[in-house]
Design a protein around this ligand. Sequence first.
Ligand SMILES: C[S@@+](CC[C@H](N)C(=O)[O-])C[C@H]1O[C@@H](n2cnc3c(N)ncnc32)[C@H](O)[C@@H]1O
Length: 168
Amino acid sequence: MNDTCRLYTDLAWLWPMWGDAATEYAHYCQHVTGLIRQHVKRPAATLLDIGGGGGKNVLNLSRDFDVTGLDLSPAMLAQAKELNPGCTFSQGDITTILYLIRAHGRLRIETDHWTLGIFSLDTWRHVLRETGLQVHEGRYNPGEDRYTVFTCVKKGQDAMRLVFGEFG
Ligand SMILES: C[S@@+](CC[C@H](N)C(=O)[O-])C[C@H]1O[C@@H](n2cnc3c(N)ncnc32)[C@H](O)[C@@H]1O
């Protein structure tokens, strides 16, 4: 991470001031939980929160799921762990390939590096479908913020969440 991401590195201590986890993040997380319940056709117990930051979403989502949080920034992960001492967190890069290995009741995350770029929404749509994931695209418009939310379901797995700010 370079200095364009100072909020996630040396200025990460500012993150808790960014909105109260229990109140301001609750509505969005209920929306996400609803999408997962709608699209996963069996009881979903686990959830991987990619780019989970300081763990404010994890705090809310862990009411309904056994959440594992993944983030690139050690400083953000430290905050997430403090806020969610009962959850599992791993450091990893979303642009790497993830292997989720469950053995003897424990989830292990291994990463493998691929060089990727920043993609447009159309490219993400194509790539997600190409992987064989069942992709459900929805909108989250709580106010001024507008997001595209992909709920992706893989056979034999639970769910993962990808969120994008709206472009253009
Ligand atoms: C705006 S924060 C969002 C945090 C959280 N999802 C939320 O809604 O509160 C974005 C997070 O993405 C993480 N991030 C940025 N690039 C990443 C990457 N390539 N792989 C994993 N995490 C990344 C940053 O470290 C940061 O914590």
